[in-house]
Every structure is written in structure tokens, then in C-alpha cells.
Write a protein that binds this ligand. Structure first.
Ligand SMILES: Nc1ncnc2c1ncn2[C@@H]1O[C@H](COP(=O)(O)OP(=O)(O)OP(=O)(O)O)[C@@H](O)[C@H]1O
Ligand SMILES: [Mg+2]
Length: 252
């Protein structure tokens, strides 16, 4: 890579897991299903790191509607791993980290991501967020040859992955667009729309944090013709009530 191009490539975003904010602590999330998924992911990585399982499960492909907590869960898992192992890092990768204007550069960037994980002492979780925009399905028309080359490099790196030190989390809203070769290499988990109980639990916690009366929010949610489908939608309802409260606020 020439020096000029190297200067244009932004450095990878590497977060020390102990520095992941408390907001992402699993105790702050609601929903039995959500906690179950957390447990499966955390225990898999914990076990593979602790026991030195080199050819274990590469990682998880979290798929489901926007705002259902896929990205947050990856942070929560990484945060928890940071409590068990010293030197644990979360590396964030999205399309803007991979997409490169010049032929061959994207592949190099992918290799760089995996090298970064390999070279670091300690453990790493690689989070490929909104993975469908990085790795498109080959079956689609108009797929470009550079894309295939890029995907092949990614799959090769995945096949070589040492799971005793690194785990992968990929997220997507477009499961059907994700390359089957990726789905096959990962453990897919679906994030389903919220049930009423979970929606209310999320709302209650958020109301407490913002000093909003939960009863009013609950009333609104229960009277909706279609339930909020994601935590983000619940959040939006609580924020609406919060804003109304602020508008009524008397400044002394
Ligand atoms: N189970 C939950 N309990 C409480 N809050 C939650 C829960 N799941 C998600 N949230 C909150 O909902 C918001 C959206 O979550 P997040 O960004 O992780 O969703 P996502 O599935 O990654 O969305 P997208 O597909 O748009 O990237 C965040 O503020 C997160 O803290
Ligand atoms: Mg997300």
C-alpha cells in the first residue's frame, strides 16, 4: 500500500472492553429471550477462550428488524468478557471500514482486521455491523467480481480463525442478502419483534432513568393497535413523554 493511500485509510476502531460504558451492561437490558441469547454468546466465547478451543464456533450472525438490540448485545457480550479476561478488545468494522476505491484494497483491509486480532496479546471480539452492506450474496445479479474476491478473502480468514483468542459477531437487518457462505460459517440467531411484557419492561426502565411517569407510557403502549416492534420504538415513545414533561417544566 502506498503511503498516500495508507494515510487515507482510517485506523481501525479498537475498544478496550473494560472501557465499554455501563450502559451496555447486560443487567440494563430487558427480556428473557434477549438474556438467553446473551448467555449463549457469552458462554461460547468464555468457554473457547478459557479452554483454548482453537476450532470452535467462529461466532454469531444476529439478524432481525432494526432497533431490536443486535449491536448493543455485541457490546454487552464484549463488556462481560472484559470482566473475565484481561486484555480483551472489541474491534468495530462496518462498510465504511472495508469499502475501498482501489482494486485489491478492500481485501487488504479485511486481512488487516484479522491480523490486528491475531497480533494483539489477549482476546478480541470482531463486530461486523450491518454485514449485508459489506458482504453481499453472490447469488445476486450484477454482483461485481471485486466483491466476490473480497468475500473470498473474508471467508478464508474466517476459516483460519483461531477461536481460542477471537470471536466474531456479525449483525444484519437483511438476512436474505447475506452470503450463504457466511451464514454457514456462523451460528445464526434471529431477533424477534418484542412481546408486550418486554416492551413494557424496557419502557419502565427508561421512564425511571428519565423521571417520566411510567403509567402514562404503559397506557399508550397498551392502547396501540400494533405493538412497538423494537426497543428503539419503545424508546421513541418514552422520549415523546419526556419532551412533553420538559415543555411543562417551570424554570425557577
Ligand atoms: N432488550 C433491550 N432492553 C433495553 N433496551 C434495549 C434492548 N434492546 C435494545 N435496546 C436499546 O434499543 C436501542 C437500539 O438497539 P441497537 O442499536 O442495539 O439495535 P440494532 O438491532 O443494532 O439496530 P439496527 O439494526 O438499526 O442497527 C439502543 O438504545 C438499545 O440500548
Ligand atoms: Mg445495529
Amino acid at each position: 500500500m502506498s503511503r498516500r493511500i495508507r494515510q487515507l485509510v482510517k485506523p481501525l476502531r479498537v475498544i478496550e472492553t473494560r472501557e465499554i460504558p455501563e450502559d451496555y451492561d447486560i443487567t440494563r437490558f430487558a427480556g428473557e429471550e434477549y438474556k438467553k441469547i446473551f448467555n449463549l454468546m457469552f458462554k461460547t466465547f468464555y468457554y473457547q477462550f478459557r479452554e483454548g478451543v482453537k476450532r470452535g464456533i467462529k461466532g454469531f450472525l444476529l439478524h432481525g428488524e432494526p432497533g431490536t438490540g443486535k449491536t448493543s448485545l455485541a457490546y454487552a457480550v464484549a463488556r462481560e468478557l472484559g470482566k473475565k479476561f484481561r486484555d480483551t478488545y472489541l474491534i468495530l468494522i462496518d462498510a465504511s471500514d472495508i469499502a475501498r476505491p482501489l482494486y485489491g484494497e478492500s481485501e487488504m483491509r479485511i486481512v488487516e482486521v484479522f491480523e490486528e486480532a491475531k497480533e494483539r496479546a489477549g482476546y478480541t471480539v470482531l463486530l461486523f455491523d450491518d454485514v449485508e452492506s459489506i458482504f453481499m450474496s453472490r447469488g445476486r445479479e450484477r454482483i461485481e467480481s471485486w466483491h466476490i474476491a473480497q468475500d473470498n478473502v473474508f471467508f478464508h480468514m474466517l476459516d483460519e480463525l483461531d477461536t481460542s483468542r477471537t470471536g466474531i459477531v456479525a449483525t444484519t437487518n437483511w438476512f436474505e442478502l447475506v452470503d450463504k457462505a457466511l451464514v454457514d460459517r456462523m451460528y445464526p440467531i434471529e431477533f424477534r419483534p418484542l412481546d408486550l411484557e418486554t416492551a413494557l419492561a424496557i419502557a419502565e426502565r427508561r421512564c425511571m432513568e428519565l423521571g417520566v411517569r411510567f403509567e402514562k407510557v404503559k397506557e399508550e403502549i397498551c392502547s396501540m393497535s400494533s405493538l412497538p416492534r423494537s426497543a428503539r420504538e419503545v424508546e421513541r415513545i418514552v422520549i415523546k413523554h419526556y419532551i412533553e414533561k420538559l415543555e411543562r417544566l417551570e424554570v425557577s
